[in-house]
Write a protein that binds this ligand. Structure first.
Ligand SMILES: [Zn+2]
Length: 136
């Protein structure tokens, strides 16, 4: 963990259930109890129906690539080239990630719709950060 040199998110009361699960290697997502839709990122109000009845559940940790981009300039904490992507979560909504299991020098090999699975990297004792990896 000492070698994790990227910015580390700061959990807050709204996102704490996500970080607690991540530390256990589980992907927890918020879902509205009124309209049953999953939303990402964590909020106190459902973005679809404005209900405040939000519950957390353990998601499958599976998804597919919605879209991606090869980053060739250094504007964030990662050294280029690397691939950023939006992941269509199996349970609904999307999560942004730095994609793993792909070759940024061979973008033709990366496919929209390809299956991905979440993995967690310990950044500190309390914060394990989700990344998505192409599988299969
Ligand atoms: Zn709702």
């Amino acid at each position: 963990m000492a070698d994790y040199d990227k910015p580390i998110p700061e959990p807050d009361p709204v996102s704490q259930p996500f970080w607690d699960a991540a530390k256990d290697g589980r992907l927890a997502l918020p879902r509205c109890s009124d309209c049953n839709r999953v939303h990402w990122y964590p909020r106190t109000i459902c973005p679809f129906c404005h209900s405040t009845a939000i519950e957390w559940f353990d998601a499958s940790g599976k998804g597919t690539i919605h879209t991606f981009a090869v980053q060739t300039r250094k504007w964030g904490p990662w050294d280029p080239p690397y691939v950023t992507a939006y992941i269509d979560l199996a349970e609904g909504d999307r999560m942004q990630t730095v994609l793993r299991g792909v070759d940024p020098d061979d973008p033709e090999s990366i496919r929209i719709g390809a299956p991905v699975e979440v993995e967690f990297e310990p950044a500190s004792d309390d914060v394990h950060i989700p990344f998505w990896r192409v599988v299969g």
